[in-house]
Design a protein around this ligand. Structure first.
Ligand code: ADP
Ligand code: MG
Length: 310
């Protein structure tokens, strides 16, 4: 008898998932999972879709694509400052081999971050894609948000900017062993760091998935402030400039996306941040994002990724 849907789910996903969270009451395998919450905690939930040919190139390894899709979802929990606990993964696969590869990538990532696979759905159709829902917990009332920047706050960045976009460009240009490709394929959600920031008292944070300027603009809009950023303060600016020249480096660093660093703001007197992140600017009265390079305003060709931009 050929191997069917339920055996494949078991083989590709369920049997490979290693963690059951202590606050799970009923785990994967029933019609739904059931969880309880410790008192004085809140549930944090995020969902993301990743589609072959849109979020990763057609010839990119599926296992890696699925791994990075899970990590990109976990990055949203990091931005809120939550501990990652659970994931639900709905997969569309072209064939069994694709399902196997995506199952391997999904479970590799979840096992690495000790996140439970609490459920999912599996569909056979003419494309490969994943929808990943993740949930975590944090102390009541402490979630970091986009609308909590204050005028006079410093703006901080934790991570690297531009390298993943560069890696993707290398892959698309046929340089399959280019030196930046691992920055695209290996996403590191800053879960631990997000938690530390929240515990230090940071209240305003976003994860940078679509490009620094575009994501800084989300904070600017939600908080009703002007985010002023200085190109030369970004940690990997110099090396990027040496690699690409000033103009291209600026474009890739500020609007490249895919890096999954954390951009956050904090009052000037908050201690302990220097060890974790780099101060890249300041939050001022006004609106939007202003980027400066050697005292001059920078004009970008494009601020970040937009699925519906023409
Ligand atoms: P239902 O018909 O109740 O929606 P399904 O047939 O979709 O259930 O799935 C059967 C069980 O297998 C469910 O418990 C579901 O959570 C699990 N499951 C299906 N696909 C996946 C997947 N990709 N990863 C993890 N669990 C899965
Ligand atoms: Mg179902």
């Amino acid at each position: 008898m050929p191997i069917g849907e339920f055996s494949l789910i078991e083989q590709c996903f369920v049997s490979k998932a290693m963690h059951q969270h202590k606050h799970t009451v009923i785990t994967n395998g029933d019609d739904a999972s059931v969880h309880n919450l410790p008192s004085n905690h809140e549930l944090v939930v995020s969902t993301d879709t990743a589609v072959q040919g849109v979020h990763w190139p057609h010839d990119f390894p599926l296992e890696k694509a699925a791994d990075r899709a899970v990590c990109a979802s976990l990055s949203d929990l990091a931005a809120m400052g939550a501990d990652a606990c659970w994931a639900w993964v709905s997969v569309i696969a072209e064939h069994k081999e694709a399902l196997q590869s995506m199952g391997q990538g999904v479970t590799n990532a979840l096992n690495r971050y000790e996140v439970e696979l609490s459920g999912g759905d599996t569909v056979h159709a003419a494309l490969n894609s994943l929808n990943i829902t993740v949930a975590g917990i944090l102390d009541k009332g402490t979630a970091m948000q986009r609308n909590k920047a204050n005028i006079g706050d410093k703006v901080w960045f934790l991570g690297q900017a531009g390298l993943a976009a560069l890696g993707l460009q290398q892959w698309l240009n046929g340089e399959k062993d280019g030196e930046f490709i691992s920055h695209f394929s290996d996403v590191f959600p800053k879960i631990q760091q997000g938690r530390v920031l929240r515990e230090l008292g940071v209240r305003c944070c976003i994860d940078v998935s679509d490009g620094i300027v575009q994501d800084a603009n989300h904070i600017a809009k939600a908080s009703n402030v002007l985010m002023e950023l200085d190109v030369e303060e970004f940690p990997n600016w110099q090396s990027l400039r040496e690699e690409l020249g000033t103009d291209k480096a600026m474009q890739v660093m500020l609007s490249g996306g895919e890096d999954y660093g954390l951009l956050f703001t904090a009052p000037t007197d908050m201690e302990g941040l220097d060890a974790l992140a780099t101060c890249v600017g300041v939050s001022l009265q006004g609106s939007g994002v202003k980027v400066q390079y050697k005292g001059e305003d920078v004009q970008l060709v494009k601020s970040g990724y937009d699925h519906f931009a023409v």
